[in-house]
Design a protein around this ligand. Structure first.
Ligand SMILES: [Zn+2]
Length: 467
């Protein structure tokens, strides 16, 4: 048993590595705890069974693990190798030959491992490799650490008038068009003008409280507060959802991707992707060579790639009156899936592609997101003329700020990252207060003030929050 500690450890670390790598790249918010645990357990069991099966071919478990553990790392590292393979098949003049070439490389590596699996030195290196991968991902994750501290929110306010539905469509990384132009020389749809034409109020110079998704979404829905260290942010237990609930609203959700931003089961209405695969499932699949084969099937079901149809489904969903509906969607944030013509394309699982090549693809994603949202807003307006519709980002882009490290933001990066798009459609009496929002956590205080019954008891101070 003792001599099998290293082989078992190697299989377990190989199974944990893809999850640790996603964590290192995207932070804890990208891995829903339950799904992360299920994937980890499933991969560990599958890896150990595979190693035991190979043991029948090669004689000892140590040799079985020597073959299985590094192959698991290669399998889940496909996405990282794919660009290199793409160059190679390009040079060889093969089109769509990447999975084929990968099979050849993968097969040759497997045969080499099989042949040399009797050599103690190869065994040791092969078994140490997954551990090295896991360790490097853990170091990267630790370097990306450093968390913002929360501040308390105290509040007491009159109930909201339950008059119409309230929709909030939050798009990750939805920047302001004039900031994209001035900071990145990127011309996109003039979303300010387009939403104004639809009767939305588009306040100028809105900035987010935090440059990161979970903290920013929390600061919006918890009226200024970000989750503390180790504290979980959940939309359903946020101050905003609680306030709507208290005032007799139903609560609806569209959910995808990040841990706390999927439907939890507490919703009265949940619109989610049809495939049953979460964004985390597809993120894991996208790392593997299986993905090119199932891409077309997934394309019709995964959430980010089908943003227009998901928005249409939300807009056409008959909600119980009144409902507060919150939707979080990843685009225009990477990974980028849209062509210039808004067709879903690409095999990308990298949530960090804020590089030079990314600017153009971000522009496509931006235009597709805005066009689809404008269509959805028109549909909602026709069906539900009194609805309040909020369209916002959580932060801007980060093309000038390399790496996932928290803190240490140069001014140029701050000027790019913090300004955020916001547009609100609501009754004319609220337009002035909407127009004066300059700070994203002040969004809901303005919406609540708008929704309070004129006959409600008045507070002496501002009827929202202290922060
Ligand atoms: Zn974000």
């Amino acid at each position: 048993m003792r001599r099998n500690i290293l082989p078992i450890g190697a299989v377990i670390t190989a199974a944990l590595w893809p999850i640790a790598d996603i964590l290192a790249a995207n932070g804890a918010a990208a891995v829903p705890p339950k799904e992360g645990f299920e994937w980890a357990l499933g991969l560990i069991v599958a890896g150990l069974i595979a190693a035991a099966a190979v043991t029948f071919l090669v004689g000892t478990f140590r040799r079985g693990a020597t073959i299985v553990a590094p192959l698991m790392v290669c399998f889940f590292g496909y996405a990282a190798l794919e660009p290199l393979l793409g160059k190679l098949v390009g040079l060889m003049g093969l089109h769509n030959g990447r999975p084929f070439l990968y099979a050849v490389v993968f097969g040759a590596f497997a045969i080499w491992l099989l042949k040399s699996s009797t050599q103690a030195l190869t065994q040791r290196w092969a078994l140490m490799a997954p551990i090295a991968f896991l360790a490097s991902s853990c170091v990267l994750a630790a370097l990306a650490g450093g968390w913002t501290t929360p501040h308390a929110v105290a509040r007491e306010m009159p109930k909201l008038s339950a008059s119409g539905n309230v929709y909030h469509f939050l798009f990750d990384g939805l920047a302001r068009p004039e900031v994209l132009k001035s900071k990145l020389d990127l011309t996109v749809i003039d979303s300010n003008a387009a939403f104004s034409r639809l009767g939305f109020v588009v306040p100028e110079h809105v900035v987010a409280a935090y440059p990161w998704t979970t903290e920013s979404v929390s600061s919006i829905l918890n009226l200024g507060a970000a989750p503390g260290p180790g504290e979980k942010f959940r939309v359903e237990s946020s101050a905003v959802v609680q306030e709507f609930r208290r005032s007799g609203y139903h609560y609806g959700r569209y959910g995808e991707v990040f841990a706390s931003l999927v439907c939890s089961g507490d919703e009265d209405v949940c619109v989610s992707t049809k495939s049953g695969l979460s964004e985390f499932d597809t993120t894991m699949l996208r790392r593997t060579p299986i993905y090119p084969a199932v891409r077309r099937r997934l394309a019709s079901s995964t959430s980010s790639r089908t943003l227009p149809s998901n928005l249409r489904r939300i807009a056409e969903t008959r909600l119980p009156q009144p409902t507060y509906f919150f939707s979080y969607m990843v685009p225009p944030h990477p990974p980028y899936f849209f062509s210039k013509a808004c067709k879903a394309e690409g095999n990308n699982s990298d949530f960090r592609t804020w590089g030079k090549v990314g600017i153009e693809r971000y522009g496509y994603a931006y235009n597709c997101t805005i066009s689809a949202m404008l269509r959805a807003a028109k549909t909602i307006e026709q069906r539900d003329p009194t609805a309040i519709i909020i369209v916002s980002g959580d932060h801007g882009t980060m093309f000038k700020h390399a790496g996932p490290a928290r803190g240490a933001w140069p001014i140029a990066a701050r000027e790019e990252r913090f300004p955020v798009f916001l547009a609100i459609r609501g009754p004319a009496r609220c337009h002035l207060s909407f127009a004066h929002i300059t700070y994203l956590p002040k969004l809901y205080p303005a919406v609540f003030a708008c929704l309070q019954r004129p006959s409600a008891p008045r507070t002496t101070s501002s009827p929202n929050v202290s922060s």
